[in-house]
Design a protein around this ligand. Structure first.
Ligand SMILES: [Zn+2]
Length: 146
């Protein structure tokens, strides 16, 4: 094992290695791989091939970046990815806050006014406020997933 590690270190010397973009590429490749499974059952060979090619392409590109000796280009790629992510993530977060989580909703405790996050389960429920400990009835008209 020791020898293997030393060899690996010697092999990786001067090579780029793993970064955030690498993680993203592996993750995305995994998503396409998972999507391939139901497509196989559905007998959609063309769609299956596209997803399979995307999975393989992303995987190979991610591996290529790890072993690449052109560390400057790989760093530029990663920086571009991080800049893009920095712009997209806050946007998605705002959208999420705007539309809310369908499984939960917010309500103020009728006794102490604390903002509570409650599960959206259809029907009449008794909730207990974690702050003041008082119980109150909650009516949910619109269910989330249930
Ligand atoms: Zn309360």
């Amino acid at each position: 094992m020791q020898i293997f590690l030393i060899n690996l270190r010697a092999f990786m010397a001067g090579r780029y290695g793993f970064d955030q973009l690498g993680g993203f590429l592996f993750g995305l490749s995994m998503v396409f791989w998972l999507l391939c499974i139901p497509l196989r059952w559905m007998h959609l060979p063309r769609v299956y091939f596209i997803f399979w090619a995307l999975n393989t392409g992303l995987y190979v590109f991610a591996l290529f970046r790890i072993f690449s000796r052109n560390t400057y280009r790989r760093t530029v790629e990663n920086e571009r990815y991080l800049r893009l992510r920095g712009r997209i993530l806050p946007f998605l977060q705002r959208q999420r806050e705007k539309h809310g989580d369908p499984d939960y909703f917010f309500k103020n405790c009728p006794f102490c006014g604390t903002k509570l996050r409650l599960r959206r389960v259809r029907g009449r429920h008794t909730s207990k406020c974690p702050k003041c400990g008082k119980k109150f009835t909650v009516r949910v008209l619109r269910g989330g997933k249930n």
